[in-house]
Design a protein around this ligand. Structure first.
Ligand SMILES: Cc1cc2nc3c(=O)[nH]c(=O)nc-3n(C[C@H](O)[C@H](O)[C@H](O)COP(=O)(O)OP(=O)(O)OC[C@H]3O[C@@H](n4cnc5c(N)ncnc54)[C@H](O)[C@@H]3O)c2cc1C
Length: 560
């Protein structure tokens, strides 16, 4: 092969690309890091993320009395993934899943520490599941938050890239949009694309797509780390699976505009096999951001278990469609129930007490205390402080989806004013809330949600920091009442380029496409769908770390 521009080209400067680049440059390989966005966007989505990391049997868990194990986590993972294509599209995904859970129960924590990533002492309980021992969900809390949120996870790798650039091992190619992978004799040997006009938009803002030229780069191998499809609602709707019913006409967008999914078809044109495209992870608790960064910017509520969840017609959602339990189970209910599937929203009703203790918002900018690694502010605002955290208060004050009232009837009036037609009947909602309030008197109950609240409070982390003391919704001392209009929020792509355990992209015949690797979200976080149908949360950043590492190491070994 003649002179090349680098040993390896990495397409996408998000977390997976930066990790792959670090593995390569730390082994002396020369890397061209190509991204369609400007330098301000280095780190991609991970920068905006909450920094939640799935770990199993960690010291943080043990200190909180949580008994976790590989066996329990692997049982949970399989119950969630529900892999049903093991001879075909899931064949590598299953192997990735097992390797990933082993990593999360083993080396992951020390590897994170070795890269300067520290964890908060508390552990959150995300995706509590579908109420079945062998079904979806986390049996125990496993959601570890990085100091610095997502910026604390991606920061060290962004720094490595800058250092490698200063050392002459890495060249940044910002505003380079890849349109084609160059294939020579069946092997991928480079990229071709469009030079986009300079754009000094701040991080996360949509940038221009004005072409000012073309480029071509060659290398011994190409690693695609271009992220998912969440910003392209048409693409999301095109792949929306029948099992999740009617795709919503209106959604809010949980990712920046550059998460456009274009590289998937571009990779397929070079021979890569795309699998599990019908698997996605979108949330049902999206808010319209009152202070948007990217187009249609939505923020996900990370709900504690106490809010009451109603459909667009004012009926309480059935179990296990409870806040923080079963993301896709709830999405399925909302999109397949005939008389509500035409509406794209649902509702939380909660009390001031609940909002103060339980409401959290996903995203680095929504958690400035943790993002700034300000331990004093975390202690003051989250554990000792009274009242909701500042960013939640901002939503209460400015958010278009929040209404507050002293009486239920007044609240429902205000909720009805947020939809084209008044769909909610205050008397019917009152009956349901009064029935639920009657279940609070004893320390046990027949109401599954109330049982869940009591169960959660037996975990010290939830009792101290996350789950409000059980109380009657209609007790004025707990008020005022709050109504929140919830939208479907696009976020993660669970399928993608099928890869083997070295992150080599596989072709339609199941053999590796020479010179092509894929990692991170574009590869379904490993194998073309490490999560199967459902995620246990905190598994996406980790999936980028694990698959990006594998890609970088394998490409380094083959470009020696
Ligand atoms: C608000 C938010 C909160 C989140 N919270 C968590 C969390 O707590 N825990 C967790 O595990 N996960 C979380 N996630 C998910 C996680 O952050 C992402 O899945 C992950 O960062 C994806 O990384 P990536 O490297 O695969 O892709 P990306 O970060 O999307 O990076 C891909 C890069 O490729 C570039 N690119 C794409 N196409 C081209 C092309 N044709 N040419 C050139 N460049 C291209 C893009 O510009 C982009 O920079 C969150 C995500 C968001 C948005």
């Amino acid at each position: 092969m003649g002179r090349t521009d680098a040993d390896v080209i990495v397409v996408g400067a998000g977390l997976a690309g930066l990790v792959a680049a670090h593995e390569l440059t730390s082994r002396g390989r020369k890397v061209a890091l190509v991204d369609q966005e400007n330098a301000a966007n280095l780190g991609g989505q991970a920068y905006w993320s909450f920094g939640g990391l799935f770990l199993v049997d960690s010291p943080e868990q043990r200190r909180l009395g949580i008994k976790d194990s590989f066996d329990l986590a692997w049982s949970d993972w399989q119950g969630s993934a529900q892999f049903d294509r093991v001879d075909d599209e899931d064949s590598w995904a299953v192997r990735w899943a097992r390797a990933y859970v082993e990593w999360a129960a083993g080396e992951k924590r020390s590897w994170l520490k070795g890269h300067g990533i520290e964890l908060l002492p508390t552990v959150g309980w995300a995706e509590r599941g579908d109420l079945r021992a062998d079904g979806h969900g986390n049996s125990v809390p496993r959601f570890h938050i990085a100091w610095g949120t997502g910026t604390g996870v991606v920061g060290p790798f962004a720094d490595h890239a800058k250092k490698a650039a200063a050392d002459g091992l890495l060249t940044f190619r910002h505003r380079h949009r890849v349109d084609e992978l160059l294939v020579d004799g069946g092997a991928v040997r480079g990229v071709r694309g469009t030079l986009l006009a300079p754009d000094d938009s701040p991080r996360g803002a949509a940038s221009n797509r004005e072409p000012v030229g073309e480029f071509e780069l060659t290398a011994q191998a190409v690693i695609v780390t271009s992220g998912g499809i969440g910003a392209d609602h048409d693409l999301v709707r095109r792949h929306w699976p029948e099992r999740l019913g009617t795709p919503p006409a209106e959604m809010v967008t949980g990712v920046p505009a550059y998460v456009d999914g274009r590289m998937l078809d571009i990779s397929a044109a070079a021979g890569a096999r795309l699998v599990n495209r019908d698997r996605m992870w979108h949330y049902t608790e999206g808010l319209r951001n009152w202070n948007p960064v990217w187009p249609g910017h939505g923020i996900r509520v990370l709900p504690g278990p106490s809010s009451l969840w109603f459909d667009a017609l004012g009926r309480r959602l059935p179990d296990p469609c409870l806040p923080g339990y079963d993301t896709l189970g709830t999405l399925k209910h909302l999109r397949t129930t005939e008389d509500i599937a035409g509406h794209d929203h649902s509702w939380f009703i909660l009390t001031r007490k609940i909002v103060e203790k339980e409401f959290a918002l996903s995203g680095s900018e929504q958690n400035p205390d943790i993002t700034a690694k300000d331990k004093r502010a975390v202690l003051r605002d989250r554990l000792l402080g009274k009242g909701a955290p500042g960013p939640v208060n901002d939503f209460l004050r400015h958010g278009a989806d929040f209404v507050v009232a002293d009486t239920l009837e007044r609240l429902v009036d205000k909720m009805n004013a947020l939809t084209d037609k008044p769909l909610l009947d205050a008397a019917a909602i009152r009956r349901q809330i009064e029935a639920r309030d009657l279940q609070i008197t004893n320390p046990y109950s027949k109401d599954a949600q109330v049982q869940g609240i009591r169960n959660a409070r037996r975990y010290i982390g939830d009792r101290l920091g996350r789950v409000a003391t059980p109380h009657r919704f209609l007790d004025p001392a707990a008020g005022p009442l709050i109504g929140v209009k919830l939208h479907i929020l696009t976020r993660k792509t669970l399928g993608g380029i099928q890869t083997d355990l070295d992150s080599r992209a596989l072709g339609t015949d199941g053999t590796p496409v020479e010179g092509l690797y894929a990692a991170g979200e574009v590869a379904g976080f490993g194998g073309g769908g490490v999560h199967g149908y459902n995620a246990l949360e905190g598994t996406f950043l980790g999936g980028c770390l694990f698959s990006g590492r594998a890609a970088g190491r394998a490409a380094a070994a083959r470009t020696a």
